[in-house]
Design a protein around this ligand. Structure first.
Ligand code: AHG
Ligand code: MN
Ligand code: MN
Length: 338
């Protein structure tokens, strides 16, 4: 109890890391804090009220929207608009970016990109889902509406990123470029409390996470790497353990704590990979690097990719540095696609 710190307190404390901070980012993070609590509440009663299942619409990527996708999107959007620190957002569930047009919002300097509900196809079966967010300073002039270039910045320009995992407990994990910090939600006091300060991913892990049902459609280097993961070695470190939930946030969170590698390569069905660069891969890559790991598309750093469009997909490999390096060796030596 003596050392109990809430997310709100921690954010204010850490504001001193940024000498010229105006408090706007702190205020922005507190709107994410609020939206996360609301989505937590809705998800926890999902089975009781009629909010599971499909909403009857598709998003621009042709994926069926779940009712909770829409609810999470509306909740985060409203929370971000209300605090006046954000001039626009982009979301998996919105066709195009959205500019907030009130005079106060137009004065704001930040844009937010988000996957409001990650792993939403898992919601009906009570498996953990998440929210992913990525924050940038706008490039367009203060006072006007946001422009495409505000959202199409490389991940290296991120000011902050993070995720909320609605799991066996709900957690919020974020970075502002000074380490990765995790907070566990205590529903009895209605606060996220610091539980994992300065999270570090082990340099070498023993878990690999991939949808192995797609094996036949993986690039040759990935197939070879998977066989390597499954082979015994003399030191008794392999075979590794396979763990795959099918929610990026949950799969990544486990690997961050225990050490491991997450893989979503290009496949025949998704020739450029399935995961979205701007609101799935970049924010997770920022966290990975801040925790001491690596995140790549198989060739270079995810965060250095210059985005071409909002819903762009990329192959994604992230996790323990030594595992990502070994994977790269296999990709280099086996360049065939399928
Ligand atoms: P979303 O629910 O936001 O569309 O994301 C789903 C993503 C991601 O969470 C997960 O890693 C991946 O899809 C799983 O894909 P497969 O079902 O192809 O394994
Ligand atoms: Mn997702
Ligand atoms: Mn989603």
């Amino acid at each position: 109890m003596s050392n109990l710190r809430t997310l709100g307190e921690f954010i204010i404390e850490k504001q001193h890391d940024f000498p010229h901070a105006s408090g706007d980012l702190s205020s922005l993070l507190s709107s994410i804090n609020l939206a996360a609590k609301i989505v937590h509440r809705e998800i926890n009663k999902a089975g009781l009220v009629d909010i599971t299942g499909a909403a009857g619409e598709e998003n621009i990527q042709g994926e069926a929207q779940q009712k909770l996708d829409v609810l999470a999107n509306d909740t985060f959007k409203a929370a971000l608009e209300n605090r006046d620190q954000v001039c626009g957002i982009a979301s998996e569930e919105e066709d195009d970016f959205v500019s907030f047009d009130s005079e106060l919002n137009k004065q704001a300097k930040y844009v937010v990109l988000m996957d409001p509900l990650d792993g939403s196809s898992n919601i009906d079966v009570n498996v953990s889902v998440g929210t992913i967010f990525s924050i940038y300073r706008r490039l367009s002039p203060i006072g006007g509406l946001t422009e495409a270039r505000d959202f199409l910045q490389p991940g290296t320009e991120q000011v902050a990123s993070g995720y909320v995992i609605y799991g066996s407990s709900t957690m919020l994990v974020y970075t502002t470029g000074k380490g990765v910090h995790g907070f566990t939600y205590d529903p009895s006091i209605g606060s996220f409390c610091l539980s994992h300060e300065d999270m570090r991913i082990p340099k070498q892990g023993f878990i690999y996470s991939i949808n192995e049902g797609n094996y036949i459609n993986f690039p040759a280097g990935v197939k070879k790497y998977l066989k390597y993961c499954q082979e015994e070695d003399e030191a008794g470190k392999r075979p590794y353990t396979s763990r795959y939930i099918g929610s990026l946030v949950s799969d990544f969170h486990r690997n961050l704590l225990l050490g491991g590698i997450f893989l979503y390569p290009s496949t025949r069905a998704y020739p450029t990979g399935k995961l979205r660069l701007l609101y799935e891969c970049n924010p997770i890559a920022f966290l990975t690097e801040q925790a001491g790991g690596e995140a790549t598309d198989g060739e270079g750093r995810i965060m250095e990719i210059k985005p071409g469009e909002l819903h762009q997909r990329v192959p994604f490999f992230a996790g323990s540095t030594d595992m990502v390096k070994t994977l790269h060796g296999f990709l280099r030596d086996n360049p065939d696609q399928y």
